[in-house]
Design a protein around this ligand. Structure first.
Ligand code: PRP
Length: 174
């Protein structure tokens, strides 16, 4: 929505050469800390997949989005963790990051994900490795990513090109 996009554009903190040289980091902390901005972002995401069974958010800022959207839709929320944070058994996927490499994990038991319709959320789409790895986890366990959404898409990094069949929505594209 226009209100969400305005808040993101006005409130995002930009920082050059963080966390490594050559990376321009978009910190959305002030967007989430703003009552109207956070509400607008959550409502925008909730409207994308009102029939989702489960909302999943990527470590770490995706947790905030996932929880807000899940509470709005009346679904549960699933935290997609960075490698090593969850006890076994886990489903794990390695991926390349804008800076370095990492792994994402979800539990391999305890949550029945088979056939579940997943709305996948993160704060930023950059090179796209993170979102693609997160989506691959759900495909591996027989769930369906019905939609993915991010607050901010850095289009020049072409992250969208690395995504699967699911539609990807971004509130602001730069
Ligand atoms: C940032 C951001 C996304 C990811 C996007 O997270 O929150 O998750 O990078 O990058 P990509 O599209 O190039 O994969 P980061 O890895 O910095 O982790 P953090 O949330 O723990 O800070």
């Amino acid at each position: 929505t226009a209100e969400a996009a305005e808040a993101v554009t006005r409130l995002t903190r930009w920082h050059d050469d963080f966390p490594t040289a050559g990376v321009r980091f978009a910190d959305l902390t002030p967007v989430f800390a703003d009552a109207a901005g956070f509400r607008a972002v959550i409502d925008c995401f909730a409207a994308i997949a009102p029939d989702a069974d489960l909302v999943a958010g990527v470590d770490a800022r995706g947790f905030l989005l996932g929880a807000g959207v899940a509470a709005t839709l009346g679904t549960g929320v699933l935290a997609i963790r960075k490698g090593g944070k969850l006890p076994p058994p886990v489903v794990s996927r390695e991926y390349e990051l804008e800076y370095g490499s990492a792994a994402l994990e979800i539990p391999a038991d305890g949550v029945d994900l088979t056939g579940k319709r997943i709305l996948l959320l993160d704060d930023v789409l950059a090179t796209g490795g993170t979102l693609a790895a997160a989506a691959a986890l759900f495909e591996e366990v027989g769930a369906e990513v019905v939609a993915a959404a991010v607050v901010l898409e850095l289009e020049f990094l072409k992250g969208r090109e690395h995504q699967g069949a699911y539609p990807v929505t971004s509130i602001v594209t730069l």
